[in-house]
Structures are given as C-alpha cells and as structure tokens.
Design a protein around this ligand. Structure first.
Ligand SMILES: Cc1ncc(COP(=O)(O)O)c(C=O)c1O
Length: 371
C-alpha cells in the first residue's frame, strides 16, 4: 500500500468501527426526495433552467477570472444590487459557495478592531467554524439568549461578534432575530447572521428572518443553492462592509467568479421567490404535519418549526436503520451522524420541499406512521 494510503486506511477503519464512515453514493432518482434543500422546488423550475442556459450561451460556461481581474460583469453587479434590495441592505457580494463565504468573510471581519471576541451558538454550521479556526470561540448554549447575555456581560471587549444562524441546518429551529439584535445593541456587539436555510423559505416574500429586524443586522449571509434553487452565496450589509470584503476577503479576492449559468438561475429566482407565499405556506403546513406524525410515534423533533424536521434516534446505527427502512418504502431521508450533529443525537434530517406533490407527501407520512 502506498505510504499515504497506509496512514489513511486505519483511520477510515476507526470511523467505520464507530458507525461514522461516510460514503458517496449516487442518489436514486426513483425515491421521493425528503432530504435535499430545494425548499421551493426551484432547482428544476423551467425558468431557472432556461435563464441559466441563456446566461451560459451569452457569457460562456465559465467566468474566466477572479472578480477583481476580469470576472465582474455588469450583469453580476446588477444582480448584487437586486440581492441587496431583496435583503433590505445597501450592498451585497456574491460568492461561489456558502462554505467559501463563511470561511473567508469571518477572518476578514476579525481583522477589524482590537482583540475581537467571538460569541458563537454551540450548534453553528461547520462553515462558520471554518471561518473561526484558530479563534477562541465563547460558545453559548444553543439559542439560549439568557446564556449569551450572561457571557457578554462577563467578557467585556471593544470589538465583539455574535455569530449564529437564523434557521439551524440540522435542528430546523429558529433564532429569535429581533431579540438577538436588541441584545447585540445593548452590549455593543455586532451580529453575523447565517440565513442559509431561511433565505427564500421564510419571512415575508422569502426575505429571511433578518427582515424581522430591518436594518439591525450588520452582516447577513445566505446561500443561493437551497431555496433559491441554484448555486452560490451572498453576504449583505453596508456599502462600506462590502468594500472592505472586496479588499480583504481572501475567498473573494483569490477565487474565480461564479459561473454565468449560476447567475442566470439567480436572476430568475429573484423574479419568482417574492411571489411564492403560497408555496411557503404549504411548506409550513407540511412541516407541522410531519412533526405531528413523528411525535405520534414518540420520536423527538427537537424545537423544529420550519421545513427542516429532525427525527432524533440518538444512536448512529438506529438512525441508519431508520433511513434504510424509509428507503425501502421509496423515501430518501438521510441519517445525519456526529460530528455533523452532537454525539448521541444521530437523526434523520427531513428537508421538505414545495416540489413534493400531495401524493408524495402522503406517502412520506404513511411511511413515517408505519410500524
Ligand atoms: C447554515 C449553513 N451555512 C452555510 C452553508 C454552506 O453553504 P454552501 O452549501 O453554499 O457551501 C450551509 C450548507 O450547505 C449551511 O447549512
């Protein structure tokens, strides 16, 4: 065995022994998809596909360079203006992925001020941790604002950041954004809000939960590959903030601009998303019905109140067995295990979509109810 592989193989065996080895497996298109993040069903919407093709034909398959070199088109600047208007901010900046954004925007922000301190929700996404690598995080209990208040009171500092999600990717619960902004202001801290799972899916016209505190969230990011159906991410805030990122954010400066097809899909999504309140309302009803079906079986759905519904089994093997049972019933629901979720909280993560027909959703409920 080559030397590198010899180092890796025993580590993979350890993961397998703990039931934590991951494998890529092509998904089966015949299954009813209750696991993807295409919340509004836009990934296969004809207008997004058509616009993506039009933009690719017009501008090419690739964007050819980083934004500061030759990768910024007039259309991209116009799209960023549209996104900023959608989010109610002065400006926005588009990145190729949300992971790239979180892992490079946070370091650029932490260059600011004297000895910045970071207060982070315990359940923050891996990409937020990647952005805080090497930084001491003061972790507050998940969504526990009293705990955050206490930590802010006992850790003074001139430059303090609160980093959290508005909808948590694995629990499907919400942060109380107006209360968070009030707390941040009271302590003179800045809020960095990840709206990956709220953008498009929640809030008036799908504007996310930052819209509950207009003008109060200085840095908000979201992804374009979930409810918005395409690919990429955005960060939105003041013009000065965006100018800083253009100058200091390595993930922006040194990376090729998003592909024209992805931008075309976003252009179409921004036409459609504000008018999809009926789909958002249906998604909310589906979430309620699924939580009720799981609760009736005694399965814990934590504090989920959105289109993301966890079914917690605790043990990784039990979660995997539940995913297999559903697969046999024609449903794709993926088992999520540590380290993606805390040890002892392995689960199925249902992610509902307006693309599911009533009949498909009924089949999902029937499979959940089946003994
Ligand atoms: C909360 C959160 N932030 C950021 C990301 C990363 O976004 P992307 O998939 O565009 O890299 C994800 C998931 O993918 C997420 O769940």
């Amino acid at each position: 065995m080559p030397a590198l592989d010899a180092l890796i193989a025993p580590r993979l065996a350890e993961l397998a022994a703990a039931g934590l080895r991951r494998r890529l497996r092509a998904h089966d298109a015949a299954l009813i998809d209750a696991a993807s993040n295409d919340y509004l069903g836009l990934a296969r919407h004809p207008e997004l596909i058509e616009r993506a093709c039009t933009w690719a034909r017009r501008h090419g398959a690739g964007s050819r360079a980083a934004r500061l070199v030759t990768g910024t088109s007039a259309e991209l600047l116009a799209l960023e203006d549209r996104l900023a208007r959608f989010k109610g901010t002065e400006a926005a900046l588009i990145f190729a992925t949300g992971y790239q954004l979180n892992s490079s925007v946070l370091p650029a922000l932490l260059e600011l001020g004297e000895k910045p301190l970071v207060f982070a929700d315990r359940l923050n996404h891996a990409s937020l941790h990647a952005g805080l690598r090497g930084v001491k995080q003061i972790r507050f209990r998940h969504n526990d604002l009293a705990h955050l208040d206490e930590l802010l009171a006992t850790h003074p500092g001139a430059t303090r950041w609160i980093v959290t999600e508005s909808v948590f990717s694995m629990d499907g619960d919400r942060a109380d954004v107006p209360a968070l902004t009030a707390l941040a202001q009271r302590h003179g801290a800045f809020l960095y809000l990840d709206e990956a799972h709220a953008t498009g899916a929640l809030g008036a016209q799908g504007k996310g939960l930052a819209a509950l505190a207009p003008g109060q969230v200085p840095v908000v990011m979201g992804t374009l590959g979930k409810a918005l159906g395409g690919a990429g991410s955005y960060v939105a805030g003041s013009r000065v903030l965006i100018d800083w990122l253009v100058n200091r954010c390595g993930g922006f400066i040194y990376s090729t601009a998003p592909a024209p097809a992805a931008l075309g899909a976003l252009d179409a999504a921004l036409d459609l998303v504000p008018g999809m309140d009926a789909e958002r309302a249906r998604l909310a009803r589906m979430g309620d019905a699924l939580r009720a079906a799981l609760a009736a079986r005694g399965i814990d759905t934590l504090a989920s109140s959105t289109q993301i519904v966890p079914a917690v089994f605790g043990d990784a093997a039990r979660a995997l067995a539940a995913a297999e049972r559903l697969r046999a019933a024609g449903i794709l629901a993926v088992a999520i295990r540590p380290p993606t979720v805390p040890a002892g909280s392995a689960r199925l993560r249902f992610a509902l979509s307006a693309a599911l027909t009533d009949a498909q959703f009924e089949r999902l409920l029937a499979a959940v109810r089946a003994p």
